[in-house]
Ligand binder design. Structure first.
Ligand SMILES: [Zn+2]
Ligand SMILES: [Zn+2]
Length: 91
């Protein structure tokens, strides 16, 4: 995973691994640790907000646009995440 870089497509803010994102169920978590899926209720958030109070721009961007790196690695990662999104039940 060293070749993968995660940053906001709009302002280049980089998430630092903290639980900035809140689901409608109330769960707070790091959305990049689960490929945008809430660990509590299993809801998938296809849009990810940049975190203004952590130095970002507060704008929404498609979750998959946050991943940067070598094209083939990123392509594979995005396919993996999309595959996980197709699974309705969270195990
Ligand atoms: Zn949730
Ligand atoms: Zn941003």
């Amino acid at each position: 995973m060293d070749d993968i870089h995660i940053c906001c497509p709009k302002c280049k803010w980089e998430p630092d691994g903290q639980a900035y994102w809140q689901c409608s169920c109330g769960c707070m978590w790091d959305t990049f640790s689960t490929g945008a899926r809430c660990p509590d209720c299993g809801r998938v958030w296809e849009e990810t907000q940049c975190i203004g109070h952590a130095g970002g721009c507060d704008k929404m961007s498609p979750h998959l646009d946050w991943y940067k790196g070598l094209d083939d690695i990123i392509q594979r990662l995005k396919e993996e995440i999309k595959e996980r999104w197709r699974v309705k039940e969270y195990a």
